[in-house]
Design a protein around this ligand. Structure first.
Ligand code: ACO
Length: 330
């Protein structure tokens, strides 16, 4: 019987649009302040797509960079998994647009929507298909443009979100000690309405009425979601470490989803991890949903904070609610 090869991260890439929104921008027209936003969320700036940009365009750019980093050409990619909650169109899948934009033809290309847990879901789905069916170079792209679904009159949500994309090329490796060592994904639909977009789908199709009621924007029960997020993320890390017989000191880095600096700090403190081993970039990008973990991973690699052989814990939590953990030896 053929041995299953470990699946490694062969290359990383990321992209954020050039345009930014500072806390001062929000304070200029809403009853809010840089002080409140910084203290309650840790966010200072976020990026947003401009004219001609979209989920697909930022996904394409991140994917190109990941392919360059991996040294893999378009004809060598044999599957594309796009993780997004903000697709280019309801129909068809954004993965098809990204495939076309990259000049790749014929390989399977599909979207995974697990909101902010999308990137970890995408890696788990891709890794499973690679092990089962022998795909060799798979692009996993987390890309979201939440600013297109943000109500800029709602001070409790509009300050939180930015646009961004992170991508990896996954490949099999002959080195048995490397690769995805642990994975765990899950969801609990009971918390669905903690964070949702009420209209524009099959339950409440777009109409003049839904537009007038601003139902195409994200609605969030922030404090409720906050509590669920902290509790779940803390227990996920414990489960992952127990299952792998590792301790926090074995990890070169934890890369959590960036939804609120206080949530990340709470998990970090519980774990007893020093600040320099936890990826935090929420101050610069806000919450980029499926984009956040790939973006932070790529930055850590480019800044020389990670090297081959390092153990990295990915920790995601998002609307739905959904969650995902993975431990990868680079
Ligand atoms: N500026 C000033 N005041 C504000 C603002 C603002 N931008 N927003 C809300 N407030 C006010 C509220 O009106 C409230 O006032 P009140 O006490 O007079 O009623 C007060 O500040 C406190 O509001 P809370 O909502 O309780 O503030 P909280 O400390 O919970 O922070 C936040 C809100 C940042 C949204 C937080 O709840 C949070 O981060 N929630 C979790 C988000 C999350 O988990 N996301 C991950 C999954 S979803 C995804 O990632 C796509």
């Amino acid at each position: 019987m053929k041995a299953v090869m470990p699946i490694i991260i062969r290359g990383t890439g990321s992209f954020v649009p050039a345009d930014t929104m500072t806390n001062e921008f929000f304070a200029s027209y809403l009853d809010t302040s840089d002080e409140w936003i910084t203290k309650r969320t840790g966010i200072k700036t976020r990026h947003r797509v401009g004219e001609g940009e979209s989920t697909a365009t930022i996904g394409i750019e991140a994917a190109r960079r990941a392919m360059d980093d991996a040294g893999v050409g378009p004809d060598e990619i044999d599957m594309i998994v796009v993780c997004t909650a903000t697709p280019e169109y309801p129909i068809p899948m954004t993965a098809g647009l990204i495939q076309d934009g990259l000049g790749i033809r014929g390989c399977p290309a599909f979207d995974v929507n697990a909101t902010c847990s999308g990137f970890v879901y995408g890696m788990v789905v891709a890794g499973g298909l690679m092990s089962a069916d022998g795909y060799r170079n798979v692009l996993v792209i987390g890309c979201d443009t939440l600013t297109r679904f943000t109500d800029y009159q709602d001070r409790s949500t509009c300050i939180l979100f930015g646009d961004g994309a992170g991508a990896v090329v996954l490949s099999p490796s002959p080195h048995p000690e490397r690769g995805i060592l642990y994975k765990n994904i899950g969801a609990d639909g009971r918390h669905l309405k903690c964070f949702w977009v009420p209209a524009g789908g099959s339950r409440e199709p777009a109409s003049v009425g839904t537009v007038n009621e601003r139902l195409h924007y994200m609605r969030m029960r922030g404090p409720e979601l906050f509590k669920v997020a902290v509790t779940k993320m803390e227990s996920l890390v414990g489960e992952a470490l127990r299952a792998t017989n590792l301790t926090a000191s074995d990890l070169a880095m934890m890369i959590p989803h960036q939804s609120n600096r206080r949530i990340i700090e709470s998990v970090r403190t519980r774990l007893g991890m020093p600040e320099e081993r936890v990826a935090i970039n929420i101050d610069r990008y806000g919450n980029t949903s499926s984009g956040s973990i790939g973006l932070a991973l790529d930055q850590a690699c480019r800044e020389g904070k990670l090297k081959e052989g390092d153990l990295v814990l990915f920790l995601a939590f998002g609307a739905g609610v959904s969650w995902g953990t993975a431990i990868v030896r680079l």
